[in-house]
Design a protein around this ligand. Structure first.
Ligand code: RIB
Length: 290
């Protein structure tokens, strides 16, 4: 099975701070590092490092070619990445002493994805292939409909969550990967233990995975609630932990693991990711998981 990831590519400007900047405050950062990132790019890298054949479709603008090189080095097929006249997407990320982050996103070229672009890419894919989406690009609704019409399985990580998500044809989704905020956005329920069964009723043919950071993860799978612990780790930077979980969970299913085994694999990968700085750079190789 191949995965087509229609996803964002961002330059991440990561600022180390002792605590996050508050409204009205100016503060000096302790350190600045520039990394390859974007939820789309990170998830493609996680899939590739886990051993899956993945094709990344997206757009970069000026100064974004190093992102394409990062994907290539990890074995991702980059033939479906186009150049936009808009600037490359970027983020400003603050990481505090506990490894927690907050992210300001400028979409740039990621917002230059439309139906015409989808029509150039999707004919190369069909039944037996998987479409992976996050919520950092434009054109998502039409891409979902066209991919479903081709028989592709649709995986949705609606991150970052905003009002656009509710306008997507979510009944076409086979697997949701959500954090607690996204689960609440889709269900109206802040407690993930209650949100999971509610979402299971709302989307009966989908698997619903909810990640809860250090508290572990849940999956509602055909009426059964599966719980997975988080592996202990000394976090230095949690950026891309969710992306690593997504890539490895899907890789586990593709290699034939059951849902519980795939969640365990994904949790082990995410625990390694948080011990390293950066986004794409912090995603482990399959060989590091044992
Ligand atoms: O999930 C982490 C990613 O979110 C970062 O790499 C950043 O680019 C934002 O998209």
């Amino acid at each position: 099975m191949r995965v087509l990831n229609f996803g964002s590519l961002n330059i991440d400007y990561v600022y180390r701070v002792d605590s996050f900047v508050r409204p009205g405050e100016t503060k000096a950062a302790l350190q600045l590092a520039t990394h390859s990132g974007g939820k789309g790019l990170n998830q493609s890298i996680a899939l590739a490092r886990a051993g899956v054949k993945v094709c990344h479709a997206g757009k970069v603008g000026t100064g974004g070619t190093f992102l394409v090189e990062t994907l290539k080095k990890s074995g991702v097929d980059t033939d479906s990445i186009e150049i936009s006249s808009l600037p490359t997407g970027h983020t400003i990320i603050q990481v505090d002493n506990s490894g927690a982050n907050c992210i300001l996103l400028f979409p740039g070229a990621n917002a230059d994805i439309d139906e015409k672009f989808a029509d150039r890419i999707l004919p190369g894919f069909g039944s037996g292939d998987m479409l992976l989406l996050q919520n950092e690009i434009s054109g998502i609704g039409p891409i979902m409909r066209k991919a479903a019409a081709r028989g592709m399985a649709i995986v949705m990580n609606p991150s970052p969550f905003d009002s656009r998500v509710l306008s997507y044809p979510l009944d076409l989704v086979s697997i949701f990967l959500l954090n607690e905020i996204e689960a609440e956005g889709l269900s109206g329920e802040p407690d993930p233990e209650k949100a999971a069964p509610l979402l299971g009723e709302k989307f009966p043919s989908a698997r619903i995975v909810i990640t809860c950071g250090a508290k572990g993860s849940l999956c509602m799978d055909k009426g059964r609630l599966i719980r997975q612990k988080a592996y202990p780790a000394k976090a230095v930077d949690t950026t891309a932990a969710g992306d690593t979980f997504t890539g490895y969970f899907l890789a586990g299913l593709i290699e034939g693991l059951d849902t519980a085994q795939a969640m365990d694999l994904a949790s082990r990968a995410a625990a390694i990711c948080v011990t390293r700085k950066g986004a794409a750079d912090s995603v482990p190789l399959r060989s590091e998981l044992g």
